[in-house]
Design a protein. Structure first.
Ligand code: SR1
Ligand code: MG
Length: 401
């Protein structure tokens, strides 16, 4: 792996992360600080540091390559700037839903931020059947506010064009273009397909021209529809939560894209959590409760988004045409349609692509795992192909069926 110190950048170790934090006066020089590298994502180093009195902080540092692949896939360090700037911008709209940024360092490509370990990573907790009553509502509010206020309806339209220059994010967009919208739909080496699933994938994914056409259209929306500043990777591993709080981390994939992408990514991951429940050796009653709760969250994310976005549209719109009867309804309907298709792609790529998820991978029983993955592919296809999923109730029905 590259440890080059080009332009002064050096990847941190636990010891140098502690030295760095002391140098920034987060801890005193003589203090005993405990450090751990806790990054379980695909791209970055994440250090959690705990001082003598229990005060904690996070240092997140970008590596110059994709950690999950190695230095054969170089990645810009500029994503650290993008992430910390987006956290700061989003913090002005939904401060209660993002971690506080304490310090950024563009040379070291790192951000020092609030530690959130009093909360749980939603993906892990949902897997256990934990119930987060406000999660869907929080993500509905998060997406409505962050996306409306960075769109041509919620901000000065010339300022938006300037902002787009700051968040042109080609390296990270390339990851999504390939891993989300392209590779899983062809027989390429980077895919990871369980042996028992290969025949199904060949027949029902790679050889289905109607499906490929739907995916091509969804990808084109992602490539061209620069509606708002997206989080860009809003899956359940990017969310910390408990019964009352929600915090969304990791917006390093941010760029100006289609509003439905963040909502669809989140919905797709709730659907994955729902489908994978059938694979776990939990009691039937617990599994049913977990599934019902996930169904509620799928509905509440969309209902909250729809309500809040429509209210923002009415009260804060800068576009002179905004009050034309029917325009807001039409626009919101288009966001929903996009979200449903993006959710379909997310289900498929998390099942057979490069970036698999522990929801499925942790299913111990081989047959149950195959059954859950087959169901995910079937539901993903249905979301991409159906023209009848007009409501969040219909979305839930498609996931449950
Ligand atoms: C090479 S990165 C693989 C995946 O991890 C990130 O969280 C994104 O979801 C990306 O597609
Ligand atoms: Mg991430």
């Amino acid at each position: 792996m590259s440890t080059a110190t080009e332009h002064g950048y050096t990847p941190l170790t636990i010891d140098t992360a502690i030295q760095y934090a002391k140098g920034q006066s987060y801890f005193t020089q003589n203090e005993e600080v405990y450090g751990e590298e806790i990054g379980d994502g695909n791209l970055n180093l994440v250090f959690r540091l705990t001082g003598q009195d229990g005060q904690r902080l996070i240092i997140k540092q970008a590596l110059p390559y994709a950690k999950v692949i190695g230095d054969s896939w170089p990645l810009t360090l500029d994503r650290a700037r993008i992430e910390s700037e987006v956290l700061t911008i989003y913090g002005t709209y939904v401060p209660e839903l993002v971690p506080k940024v304490l310090h950024t360092d563009s040379v070291q490509a790192l951000t020092v931020m609030e530690d959130l370990s009093h909360l749980q990573i939603a993906r892990k907790a949902l897997k256990k059947g934990d119930h987060f009553p406000v999660l869907g509502e929080a993500i509905g509010r998060y997406t409505a506010h962050t996306l409306f206020f960075t769109s041509d309806f919620g901000m000065n339209q010339q300022d938006k064009k300037q902002l787009q220059k700051r968040f042109c994010n080609p390296d990270l967009c390339k990851i999504t273009e390939e891993l989300f919208f392209t590779d899983p739909f062809y027989d390429v080496e980077s895919n990871s397909i369980d042996e028992g699933l290969q025949a199904y994938v060949k027949e029902h994914i790679w050889n289905d021209q109607t499906l490929l056409f739907a995916v091509a259209k969804a990808k084109y929306q992602f490539l061209t529809k620069a509606e708002a500043l997206l989080h860009g990777d809003l899956h359940t591993g990017s969310i910390f939560a408990d019964e009352t709080q929600t915090k969304v981390i990791d917006p390093e994939f941010a760029f100006f894209g289609p509003v439905g992408f963040d909502i669809g990514s989140f919905l797709g991951n709730l659907a994955i959590a729902h489908i994978s429940q059938a694979g776990y050796a939990t009691a039937d009653d617990d599994r049913q409760t977990a599934k019902q709760s996930l169904q509620q969250q799928m509905m509440s994310v969309w209902k909250t988004f729809e309500d809040e976005y429509a209210t923002l549209w009415q009260n804060h719109n800068v576009e002179p045409h905004a009050s034309i009867p029917g325009w807001s309804e039409k626009h919101i309907e288009a966001i929903w349609k996009d979200a449903v298709r993006f959710a379909g792609c997310e289900l498929i790529r998390r099942t057979i692509g490069l970036a698999l998820v522990e929801d499925f991978e942790s299913i111990a029983d081989k047959d149950r795992k195959l059954a859950a993955k087959t169901a995910a592919l079937r539901v993903g296809k249905h979301l991409l192909l159906s023209t009848n999923i007009h409501t969040s109730e219909a979305f839930v029905k498609a996931v449950v069926s």
